[in-house]
Write a protein that binds this ligand. Structure first.
Ligand code: C2E
Length: 536
């Protein structure tokens, strides 16, 4: 499951996901097209079978009419000259039936071909009777030498006292070369007699002596006439059909593969939206996914770690840690800034109070959104810290933004100070902060933006560092410098004589609570002092 999630979360597999979606869409469309083609093919087989059956229906209706005609018009004394004349008159009707017999009880006494049969000849027991009320008996492919029709194998149908020789029925409807047909007669008990076409197609089990295994078609349609006495089976192998239409199929495949690009890319966009960091973050932000990191703050006067800044990380759905530069803006754009800060405060308080020794005294700095600068609300969010202000004095770092109305901010900052909560202007020098604003607010201190301390030695920013420090120092506010990465830069800050505290990778990166506790335990006050001072 996590591998599957990874596929969408990590951008590395974007091409693979896009390709898989295209492939899946192409295959799905192809399967739908094949299903449709198969259904259409089935229908066309059925249409062929019905067309063939229509011809047999005509034969059956001719037989029914012939019997009616015989019963109505052949009334003379059986086998007498007038009888034979009447019989022949019916035989002349243009319905393809011209061999009639007088065969009461299945015994042929006279026929249109042979009027003077000296001895009656029995047809024997019929092969089957039709289930209809007309009492019709059927003899299938009977040799007719006995009844004066030498070398003829034909089907005889009889309705007392007449019998009709049904001429051999061939298939009439033209079909494609890869389509097979079989014509059968079928007794009510299920026995089947092959009449024409691909033997075994009807029963779908080729007889042992049938060499042509193609009869075992994959697609088959069987339609039967009235009484189910005659049926047409039509079949073909789908693969044969596909082979036959290979050009059309290749073209269809190309078109499907091409048009699959649109639904696949729409699906890809939807998936990307669903799995975007913003969507994942909004769906999964909860106290369990909040991870706190602690960056020590070094007091330059004492050399001790006087506090820490709590920096939040977010545990993504694939387990990886996401840094605030990726999601703080998402929080800032939402209405949940205070709820978010509460989650961070609760996470930090639980960890700090559990892991650090009871006698630890440490200022804990939190970042708060400017819009949440409201003493009452913040005191509520950080109530666990204000309740333990001896152990964990609280400090709030506020990024001064344009939205921060000085008068209102001043009022809230004063109220916070009354509750023992310190406030700092964060990232001074990076945003809207001006020396005028710093002077107007009763803040405890200023955190100088890390870009000053991190700037290369000869750069303009590095040169501005000392001036920025002088300027803030003149306002009498505590100065904390962030982003101290080298001993050289730290030495410069110490030399300036106006920096109270520093924070940066030189001292420690933001670390987990256990690493922070270990760091505090191992820290020596002269660890970052220049060698001369350390020796003294
Ligand atoms: N290259 C370099 N970087 C250093 C050094 N020392 C500290 N940093 C980084 O500088 C950032 C200091 O936090 P920030 O200015 O408050 O800037 C923070 C803060 O504005 C915001 N943020 C972090 N946690 C929270 C939070 O809980 N709530 C709110 N509202 N914002 C937060 O996200 C920003 C970035 O946080 P991080 O990515 O943790 O980045 C941290 C820290 O890892 C250094 O020597 N070199």
């Amino acid at each position: 499951m996590s591998g599957f999630v990874n596929l969408f979360v990590s951008n590395q597999h974007e091409r693979l996901v896009g390709f898989m979606l295209w492939l899946a869409t192409t295959l799905a469309l192809l399967a739908a097209a094949l299903w449709f083609a198969r259904a259409e093919f089935h229908d066309s087989l059925r249409r062929d079978a019905i067309a063939e059956l229509a011809h047999l229906d005509t034969v059956q209706s001719n037989i029914t009419n012939a019997f009616k005609e015989l019963q109505a018009t052949v009334t003379a004394s059986p086998c007498s000259r007038p009888f034979m004349q009447q019989l022949r008159r019916v035989a002349f009707l243009p319905d393809g039936l011209n061999k009639f017999m007088y065969a009461p009880g299945g015994t042929v006494t006279c026929s249109t071909s042979l009027s003077d049969i000296t001895t009656s000849r029995s047809l024997g027991p019929p092969d089957f009777m039709l289930p209809s009320d007309d009492e019709i008996s059927v003899w299938v492919t009977k040799r007719l030498d006995d009844v004066g029709l030498p070398d003829i194998n034909a089907t005889i149908v009889a309705q007392e006292p007449f019998a009709i020789v049904v001429p051999r029925q061939d298939m009439k409807v033209e079909v494609s070369s890869w389509v097979e047909k079989e014509l059968v007669l079928r007794a009510p008990d299920g026995r089947v007699w092959h009449l024409d076409g691909a033997r075994g197609l009807f029963s779908h089990q080729p007889e042992a002596d049938v060499a042509d295994q193609r009869s075992n078609s994959a697609l088959r349609q069987v339609v039967c006439g009235e009484d189910h006495a005659y049926c047409v089976a039509v079949g073909a192998r789908f693969s044969d059909a596909l082979l036959n239409w290979r050009m059309e199929i290749a073209l269809a495949f190309g078109l499907i593969a091409f048009y699959a690009i649109w639904p696949a890319s729409a699906a890809h966009r939807a998936i990307k939206r669903y799995w975007s960091l913003e969507a994942r973050f909004r769906r999964n932000l909860n106290p369990e996914s909040i991870v706190c990191a602690y960056q020590p703050i070094l007091d330059l006067g004492s050399g001790k770690i006087s506090g820490c800044e709590v920096l939040v990380r977010w545990r993504d759905v694939d387990g990886s840690l996401v840094f605030p530069d990726k999601f703080i803006d998402i929080v800032a754009r939402s209405d949940n800034t205070l709820a978010f800060t509460r989650m961070v405060a609760e996470c930090a308080h639980a960890e700090l109070s559990q892991v650090l020794p009871a006698d630890t005294q440490l200022q804990v700095n939190f970042n708060v959104f400017p819009r949440d600068l409201d003493c009452e609300k913040l005191a509520n969010v950080f109530s666990a810290f204000t309740a333990e202000s001896d152990r964990f004095p609280l400090a709030l770092e506020i990024i001064e933004s344009d939205a921060l109305a000085v008068d209102q901010a001043q009022h809230e900052i004063e109220a916070l100070a009354e509750k023992g909560i310190r406030t700092y202007i964060d990232d001074f020098g990076s945003g809207y902060s001006s020396i005028h604003r710093v002077a107007s607010l009763a803040i405890h201190g200023v955190k100088l933006d890390r870009s000053f301390a991190m700037a290369p030695s000869e750069s303009l920013m590095a040169k501005m560092l000392v001036h920025a420090l002088d300027m803030i120092a003149s306002l009498g506010r505590e100065i904390v410098v962030e982003g101290v990465e080298t001993q050289e830069r730290l030495d410069l800050l110490v030399k300036s004589g106006c920096v109270g505290k520093v924070q940066g990778y030189l001292i420690s990166r933001p670390v987990s609570i256990d690493q922070f506790a270990a760091f505090l335990k191992a820290h020596k006050p002269d660890a970052f002092k220049p060698p001369t001072q350390a020796a003294a």
